[in-house]
Every structure is written in structure tokens, then in C-alpha cells.
Unconditional design. Structure first.
Lengths: 321, 677
């Protein structure tokens, strides 16, 4: 294809890998400041990962290959997503393969691997986390695919670069009722998929509330580093996806290195702003009871369904094809 | 050209020889010989199916075989697809079955069961080749009867088998009656009973008759495919049958319900009004969600798999219905795409479901237990079976490296692009259909995480699971064949090549070549989408390697993994009793879908005799009954029982009364004849 396309992918993956822990650090720092604490600094997640990577690997007695291989698989799926999602350029060598349904399914694959690892430990915590995570994942799936549906109608394809490039060309798509409803629905789904408040609290270790942390309770050392790094990557990719879909301005659509570099800068900025906004919002939110989460997801599903029907009935430019 | 009749004749010969061998051979060699002959039936039948997929056609008439009507056979690519699937499943399951029956004189290894098994396999292969109503119904009934004889094979081991067989017998024959009436009306109106006559006669029939024929046959076929609300036999018969038979029923027999629907709806009737297909989509969608919800609640491994069959057949029929809807709207290309997606899902489902049922059978054989709550820890004791089950489960959860994902991706694409069809109906139905597919695939992930994680991982929760040993080589070989099939379908769906297109074209719709080379692509007028499974798997593998290498490099000073105790909250080592069971895993979903499932919970608290405040015993019971079955079948059964009870009053034991009945009956008949004529 083109060298610029490859450069864009390398830059994008590099930025995601280097930036994912920084994003988490930034969000924690924002939160700490808003709560009146000093905070550990933006670099703390990187320090944690480095420390954990250097510790000795530990295998809890009675666990098997599922437990052993889930963390690398989680990171691997997130990295493949980091390659596929067009954060800075829609003209990359993988643009034909970045299907939105495949992206959603790869996310689910990571969730599933971790849930199996949780069950593999044979402890009550692991099973509890896996059970809750799979319940939420099952309910998120309709929302997320319906949002995919709504997004693909104006573009006529489920291909991500096509959707993003189309939205960058015609910003009116984003401000149409269908576009706004789809944004809202996908935003809720992203919160649930990345295990943030109000669906799950990544900072808790309380039996009553924890979902993701319960599954990963047995991990230590380098495995834990991978699990945490995988969670950072997922959050970054998901926020990046949200930014690309609903604020596609600046994303390079041609083979120009300058545009790619500018897009990189803008992407980092967009994701950082999104992350800080999320962190700020989380200060004011309480975690929902587990059995209230379905209501939230049902609401978001309804928004997505409205987005689909709105884009059909209201038509609009590019809407009714 | 001559391959198909030769292969079919070989299959028939081998099937009859297998039945004879099952009857006469001593128990020592019976299983092996019947296994080889049945595998031969599968290979020969599959070969004729593959030849038909390759473009050959064959039709023949054997006048003398049946009185009055004669027999008609025709094989086109649509039949070929179902024959190839059935052949592959039969061949692999026959190998598995030979290992399964080794050393057992009862159950599937008994003289009767071994004689019937090859005939069942043969009927699975011949049903799609039938080309006249009488031939079709005869073979259909042969298939129903042989499977009915196989279901109660293990009646000595479990009393519940009897009830399952009765349910299956009644429901399959109700289906046959509907099919018989539907085809009788059709043949009478079309003026001939061969499929060729039906095809040419359907155009001149009135819409009302066409609708009647479609509804009668569609309902009958949907009961064979295990669709809600006619699914009640499936979660009973499939778990109670010997596992090899379950695999054949779930992976080959239910497919023929879909075959019948496509053959009659598309090929013979040539499509129809929108309400036909909306009916099909409604039944399919309901089955998909309801089936997987019941699977999520099931603790019985084989019952879970049976409900998952109901779900997958629901998805297939959803696709078939969508194809009919697009076809009615005049968008033939989209109809072809949806039909191809549905047929591809039939193929994929057969591969992974046969594998899953065989693996479940291995577990049952090794532990004597189907209840997931009492399994666990099989990963260390049956590593190969666990790996094979995991591979099948990957197909069933419809996530990327699995084969189920490919067909669900295609199905979703056809639905998403279906909005190109104008009309309010599609604008309302298709989003709902996408939501149904999404919800069922999300729940399927939870279901198979439960089956694999609770049933095979962690530690054993009962003696049976603790004493499990790996299955014999033949069973592993049979499952290995199915696993290879799953992997091939997952990685290079292009292997199906033009066969899928030819099958769609045989149903009278244009092929869109969705599967080619190493990947899938959808190319319609303004729409395109590409998915390449090989690329995803290769990228994932490379990234996985890179990640592990990086971790190794970063922690280079400490390479050895040390073992440590599980976190026990300072309360002593956790026992297996503390682990999550299948019931507890499903509890959040049960609460979320409380209104749909209507679970029944009783708490019995027995207080001490000395004081009401001290509790001696607490008994908690949680049951999730099949609600549709409860509401729909129970009243009918109760009414029949009540009618029978009240009719008993007529038979008071008095000879005079009986003579009186005869006299009055005769007089009434004569009066009716006199007045009515």
C-alpha cells in the first residue's frame, strides 16, 4: 500500500501502547485533584506495570492454561484493536479489515478469556466476577451492535474507516438525531465494556460491588501487569473509537505524513479530553447496584433502536438510501 | 455424473449391511463392524452430497419400489449441502460411536440399537434426495422411527428416558400429520405428487391454498427443527438419547427441518407473501432468544446443548425468513445473501454441535454425571476432551476465531444491509432481528463460559468428576475429525467454494459469492464488507507471541514460575464446595430475566421443637421450568386427561349399557345416512 499508511499504524500502536497507562494515570490524577487529594502522578500506572513485570511469576495451585493464557490474550486482542481502529488515519493498509462487528467481537473475546480465567481459579471470587461480567457483557452486546447498525446506515457499510471518513466529510451526519442518539447509546456501552462507573468500579475490592477485580484477584506479578495493561489498552482504544466516530475531525484521509502527524496530536488530545471528562463525571456518580445495570443498558439499547429507526424514517441527507 | 447414484447405492447397501451386522454379530465385534459400516454410509452419502455441491445433478424414478406412486429421487446442490453435512457428521460420529459402545452390551451397544443406528444414518442422507411427496414422507417417517427407537436405548440406566421417548414420539408424529395434510392439499391442488409437478403447479394455486400449505408444512418442519413453541421434545429427547445419537439428532436431523422449509418455501412454492416470512422470522427470533435463555439456566450439560440447538436453528430460520422477505420485496441479491448466511450457519452449527455433544458424551461416560454443578476439574483429568470441548464452544459463542462467528457475521451483514429494501416492515423488523441475534450471541457467550468454566475448569465438586479418566482413542479420533472440520470452517470458509452459491441457486435465488478464497466478502450494489478469518487468527497469534516474548524479556531475571496458595481471606484453604456452580453462575441472568423465565423458588424452614427462633433445617429449592411448555402444553395435556377421566364413566362395566351403546350408535348412523343422503 503506502509507507505513510504503515507509518500511521506504527505511530498509532506506539501512541496507544505508550499512552494507555498515561491515560489511566491522567484520569486518576484528575479524579484525585477534584476530590482534593494530591494524587500519585500521571506516571504511576507505568511505574506499577514496570514493578509488576519485574516480580516473579506466580501460579496459584489448581489453576490451568486458561488462567495462564488469559492475560496475554487480553493484551493481544486489545493490541489488534489498536491496529484496526482508525484513530489517526483512515488510509491504512488494514482499512479493509477494520469491520466494526469484528472489532466488537474481539473486545468480547478478551472479556471471555478473562471470565474463563476467573472460573479456572475455582474460588468463589473468581466465579462471582466471571458470572457478573458475562451477565453484563451479554446485555451490552445488543446495545453495541444496534449502535453499529445505526452508524452503518448512513455509510452503507460496517467498515470503520468508511464510517469515519464519511462522517469527517459530512459533519451533518453527526448532528442528526440518529447520530446523537447513537453517540449516547455507544457511550453507555463503552462505559460498560471498559468497566467504569456507574457499571463497575475499577478501584473497589468489596465483594458486593466488584466485577472485573473479582475475576483478576488471583493474579500477581507479570500476569497482573498484563491484566492491568490490558485494561488500560481497552479503555484507551474504546475512548479512541468513540472519539474517532463522533469527533472525526483531523483524522488523516490521504497519504500525507504531515496530516498523519497532526492527526496523531489531535487524537491524543481528544482522548485525553474524553478521559478527563469521564474522570470528572465519575466523581459525581455512584456505582449502580448490579441489578440496576440492566435498566441502564436497556435504556441505552432503546436509544440505539431509536437511532436506527430515526435514521430510517427521518431520512435526511445520506440517510435514506 | 454417475458418482451420485453410485455413492447413494453404496450408502444404501452399507446401511442395510450395517443393520444386518448389528442384528446377527456377537457383541464382541458388533460395535466395531457397525461403526465401520455406518462410517461408510456417511462417507458415501457425503461424497454424493459433495458431488452435487460441485455442480452435478441427478434424478431418477424407480417405479416398482412403492406400490401406486413409485419412488422419485433427485439430488441438486441444495440437497447436496444437507447430504454433505449429514455425511460428514455421520462418518465422524460413527467412529466416535464405535468407541462409545466398546465393552457395553446395553444402551447403544445392544443388538437392537446397533441394528437401527445404520438405518438412521442412512435415512438422514436419503431424506434430502427424495423428489416426490410419498418418497419424502416415507423417508421422513423412517428417520423419525429409527431415531425414536434409538432415544430410549439407555432406558436401563435412567427412568427419565421413557418419558422423553413418549414426548418425542407424540410430537414427531403430530408433525408428520401436519406434514401429511399439508402435502396432501398441495398435491391435490397441483395435480401431481412429484416435486416437479408441485413446482410447476404452485403458480396456478390460489393464495389462500398456498398460504395454508406453507403454514402447515412450516409448522411441521419447525417442530423437527426444534423451534419454539414446538420445541418441547428437543430438550427432553436430545439429553436422554445416547450421546452419539444426540450428536446425530442435533447436528444432522434438526437440519432437515430447515431443508424442508427452504425446499417447500423457496423451491416448490417459489416464495410467497411477506406474512409467511414474518411468521418464520417470529418463530426463529423467539426460538433464538428463548432457547439460549433456557440454556443459560440449564445445569444439565446435554440439556444446555439441546437448548442451544434450538437457539441456533432459530437463528437459521431467522435468516431464511429474512431471505423470503427480501425476495418478496424484489431484492433477489440480498435474498441470496441472507439464504447463504442461513445455510452456512447450518453447516457451522452441525460441526460444532456434533463435537460438543460428543465431548459431553465423553464426560458422561467418564464421570457418570451430566450435572454441571457436580462436575469440574476435568481439565487436568481429561485434557484432550476439554480441549475439544473448548474448540466446539469457541464455535458456539460466535466470536472471531470460531466458525460460528463467520455465519453470524454474514447473517448480521445481510440484516444490516436489508434496510436497502424499502418499506416500514423491514425498517421495524430488521433492527429487532439484529437485536435478537446480538442478544442471543451475547447470552451464548455466557452459556458456554459456564459450560466450559464450571464443567471443565476449577476443581472437581463430586467423586464422579474426581475419578474421571480420558476417553478411549476411537472416541477421541471421532471428535478429532469433527474438530478438524470446525477448524477448517473457521479458518478457510472458502473451502465451501461455489458449493454454497450453487445451493442458494438451487433454491431459486442468485448466489452472491459471499465466501471465496480465504475470506468472506459481501458485495451488493452499493455495499461492501470484507472479513478474513485467517488474517484475524494470524494477527492474534503474532501479537500473542510478541506479548509473551516481551514479558519474558522484561522479567528476564526471574523465569521460573513459583506456585502459591489461592487467596483464602485468611480463613483456611477454600474447598471445592465454595466454588461457583452452574446454578450460581446463572443466578444474575435469572434475576435479570425474572419476568420471562418465572423461576420457582421455595424456602422450607424447619424450626427446632424447643423454640421457633432456632432453626433446625433450611431447605432451598430453585427451579426454572420451561414456561412456554408449562403454559401451552400443560392445559392441553390436562384437558386430554380430564376428557379421558370423564369418558371412563361411560364404561361402567355393565354389559347391558355396552349393548345399548352399540344399538344407539347403529341407529344414529342409520338416521344420519337416511336424512343426510
Amino acid at each position: 500500500m503506502n509507507t505513510v499508511g504503515y507509518t500511521a499504524i506504527v505511530l498509532q500502536v506506539g501512541a496507544v501502547v505508550a499512552g494507555a497507562p498515561l491515560l489511566t494515570g491522567l484520569m486518576r490524577q484528575t479524579r484525585a485533584r477534584l476530590e482534593g487529594r494530591a494524587g500519585a502522578g500521571v506516571l504511576q500506572p507505568w511505574r506499577d506495570v514496570r514493578k509488576l513485570l519485574r516480580k516473579e511469576p506466580i501460579t496459584p495451585v489448581g489453576t490451568g492454561p486458561a488462567f495462564r493464557w488469559a492475560p496475554p490474550l487480553l493484551v493481544a486482542t486489545s493490541l489488534v484493536l489498536a491496529v484496526l481502529v482508525p484513530l489517526i488515519s483512515t488510509d491504512t493498509p488494514v482499512r479493509g479489515r477494520a469491520d466494526l462487528i469484528v472489532v466488537v467481537s474481539l473486545l468480547a473475546l478478551g472479556t471471555l478469556a478473562l471470565a474463563l480465567a476467573g472460573l479456572d481459579t475455582g474460588t468463589a471470587f473468581g466465579g462471582m466476577g466471571a458470572s457478573r461480567e458475562m451477565t453484563i457483557a451479554a446485555l451490552v452486546e445488543p446495545t453495541i451492535l444496534m449502535a453499529v447498525f445505526a452508524l452503518s446506515i448512513p455509510a452503507g457499510s460496517t467498515n470503520l474507516p468508511v464510517i469515519v471518513a464519511g462522517a469527517a466529510d459530512q459533519p451533518a451526519r453527526l448532528t442528526s438525531p440518529a447520530g446523537l442518539l447513537a453517540i449516547a447509546a455507544l457511550a453507555v456501552a463503552v462505559l460498560a465494556e471498559s468497566g467504569r462507573l456507574p457499571v463497575d468500579n475499577p478501584a473497589t475490592h468489596l465483594e458486593l460491588t466488584m466485577v472485573h477485580e473479582a475475576m483478576t484477584l488471583e493474579y500477581a506479578g507479570p500476569d497482573l501487569a498484563l491484566v492491568e495493561f490490558g485494561a488500560h489498552l481497552r479503555l484507551t482504544v474504546l475512548l479512541g473509537l468513540l472519539a474517532s466516530l463522533f469527533a472525526p475531525w483531523g483524522i488523516a484521509t490521504g497519504a500525507s505524513l504531515a496530516a498523519v502527524l497532526l492527526a496523531l496530536l489531535l487524537a491524543v488530545l481528544k482522548v485525553a479530553v474524553l478521559g478527563m471528562a469521564l474522570a470528572a463525571a465519575e466523581v459525581f456518580w455512584a456505582k449502580l447496584r448490579l441489578f440496576r445495570v440492566p435498566e441502564l443498558l436497556a435504556g441505552s439499547f432503546l436509544l440505539a433502536l431509536l437511532a436506527v429507526t430515526a435514521s430510517y424514517f427521518l431520512g435526511g441527507e445520506g440517510g435514506q438510501r | 455424473m454417475s458418482l451420485i447414484p453410485a455413492a447413494l447405492a453404496t450408502a444404501t447397501g452399507l446401511g442395510v449391511a450395517g443393520a444386518a451386522a448389528g442384528l446377527v454379530l456377537p457383541q464382541r465385534v458388533r460395535g466395531a463392524v457397525v461403526g465401520v459400516l455406518t462410517a461408510g454410509v456417511g462417507v458415501a452419502g457425503g461424497a454424493s452430497g459433495v458431488a452435487a455441491l460441485g455442480g452435478s445433478r441427478w434424478s431418477a424414478e424407480v417405479p416398482g419400489l412403492l406400490p401406486l406412486a413409485g419412488t422419485h429421487f433427485a439430488v441438486d446442490a441444495l440437497s447436496g449441502l444437507f447430504m454433505a453435512v449429514a455425511g460428514a457428521v455421520v462418518a465422524a460420529v460413527a467412529v466416535y460411536g464405535a468407541g462409545y459402545v466398546a465393552g457395553g452390551a446395553h444402551g447403544l451397544g445392544s443388538r437392537g440399537a446397533q441394528a437401527v443406528l445404520p438405518l438412521f444414518a442412512l435415512s438422514l442422507l436419503l431424506v434430502p434426495a427424495a423428489a416426490s411427496v410419498s418418497t419424502f414422507l416415507l423417508l421422513w417417517e423412517l428417520m423419525a422411527l429409527t431415531s425414536l427407537l434409538l432415544v430410549p436405548a439407555e432406558h436401563r440406566a435412567r427412568p427419565a428416558v421413557r418419558e422423553a421417548a413418549v414426548w418425542y414420539a407424540v410430537m414427531t408424529h403430530l408433525g408428520l400429520v401436519l406434514l401429511l395434510v399439508g402435502f396432501m392439499v398441495y398435491a391435490a391442488q397441483a395435480g401431481g405428487e412429484t416435486f416437479a409437478a408441485l413446482r410447476s403447479g404452485s403458480g396456478a394455486m390460489s393464495p389462500a391454498v398456498r398460504g395454508l400449505v406453507f403454514v402447515l408444512t412450516a409448522v411441521a418442519f419447525s417442530s423437527k427443527a426444534g423451534l419454539v413453541p414446538l420445541h418441547a421434545w428437543l430438550p427432553r429427547a436430545h439429553p436422554e438419547a445416547p450421546s452419539a445419537v444426540s450428536a446425530l439428532m442435533s447436528a444432522a436431523m434438526v437440519n432437515l427441518g430447515v431443508y424442508g422449509l427452504v425446499r417447500v418455501g423457496f423451491d416448490l412454492l417459489g416464495g410467497g407473501p411477506a406474512w409467511w416470512w414474518l411468521l418464520a422470522m417470529a418463530m426463529g427470533g423467539l426460538s433464538a432468544v428463548y432457547g439460549i435463555l433456557q440454556a443459560a439456566m440449564a445445569s444439565d450439560l446435554k440439556r444446555l446443548l439441546a437448548y442451544s440447538t434450538s437457539e441456533n436453528m432459530g437463528l437459521v430460520v431467522l435468516g431464511v425468513g429474512a431471505a423470503g422477505l427480501f425476495d418478496h420485496a424484489g431484492n433477489k441479491a440480498l435474498a441470496g445473501l441472507a439464504l447463504a448466511a442461513a445455510l452456512l450457519h447450518v453447516v457451522n452449527h452441525s460441526a460444532f454441535k456434533a463435537l460438543l455433544f460428543c465431548a459431553a458424551g465423553s464426560v458422561l461416560r467418564a464421570t457418570g454425571e451430566r450435572n454441571l454443578d457436580l462436575l469440574g476439574g476435568l481439565r487436568a483429568r481429561m485434557p484432550l476432551t476439554t480441549g475439544l470441548f473448548a474448540l466446539g464452544a469457541l464455535g458456539a459463542v460466535a466470536l472471531p476465531p470460531g466458525n460460528g462467528f463467520i455465519s453470524e457475521w454474514l447473517l448480521l451483514q445481510s440484516m444490516i444491509h436489508g434496510l436497502a429494501v424499502p418499506g416500514v416492515t423491514t425498517a421495524i423488523v430488521l433492527p429487532v432481528a439484529v437485536a435478537v441475534i446480538a442478544l442471543s450471541s451475547g447470552l451464548a457467550a455466557a452459556v458456554f463460559v459456564k459450560a466450559l468454566g464450571v464443567g471443565f475448569f476449577a476443581r472437581p465438586r463430586a467423586e464422579g468428576a474426581a475419578a474421571a479418566r480420558e476417553s478411549p482413542l476411537l472416541m477421541l479420533a471421532g471428535m478429532g475429525l469433527l474438530a478438524a472440520l470446525c477448524a477448517a470452517l473457521a479458518l478457510v470458509p472458502g473451502l465451501l467454494g461455489d458449493g454454497l452459491d450453487r445451493a442458494v441457486e438451487a433454491a431459486g435465488r442468485p448466489g452472491t459469492r459471499p465466501v471465496s478464497g480465504g475470506g468472506l466478502q459481501v458485495r451488493l450494489d452499493e455495499v461492501s464488507a470484507v472479513f478474513s478469518p485467517l488474517w484475524v487468527v494470524a494477527t492474534l497469534t503474532v501479537t500473542l507471541g510478541a506479548v509473551t516474548a516481551t514479558v519474558r524479556w522484561a522479567g528476564r531475571r526471574r523465569q521460573r514460575r513459583t506456585r502459591a496458595r489461592l487467596w483464602d481471606c485468611g480463613g483456611g484453604a477454600p474447598t471445592p464446595r465454595m466454588a461457583y456452580t452452574a446454578t450460581s453462575f446463572a443466578e444474575p441472568l435469572q434475576r435479570v430475566f425474572d419476568d420471562v423465565l418465572a423461576p420457582e423458588q421455595d424456602v422450607d424452614v424447619t424450626p427446632m421443637r424447643e423454640s421457633a427462633y432456632l432453626v433446625e433445617r433450611v431447605k432451598f429449592r430453585n427451579r426454572v421450568p420451561d414456561r412456554i411448555e408449562h403454559r401451552l402444553y400443560r392445559p392441553v395435556l390436562d384437558f386430554l386427561a380430564a376428557a379421558g377421566q370423564s369418558a371412563r364413566r361411560l364404561a361402567g362395566g355393565s354389559v347391558h349399557a355396552y349393548l345399548g351403546y352399540g344399538f344407539f350408535g347403529l341407529v344414529t348412523l342409520l338416521v344420519v345416512l337416511v336424512v343426510g343422503w
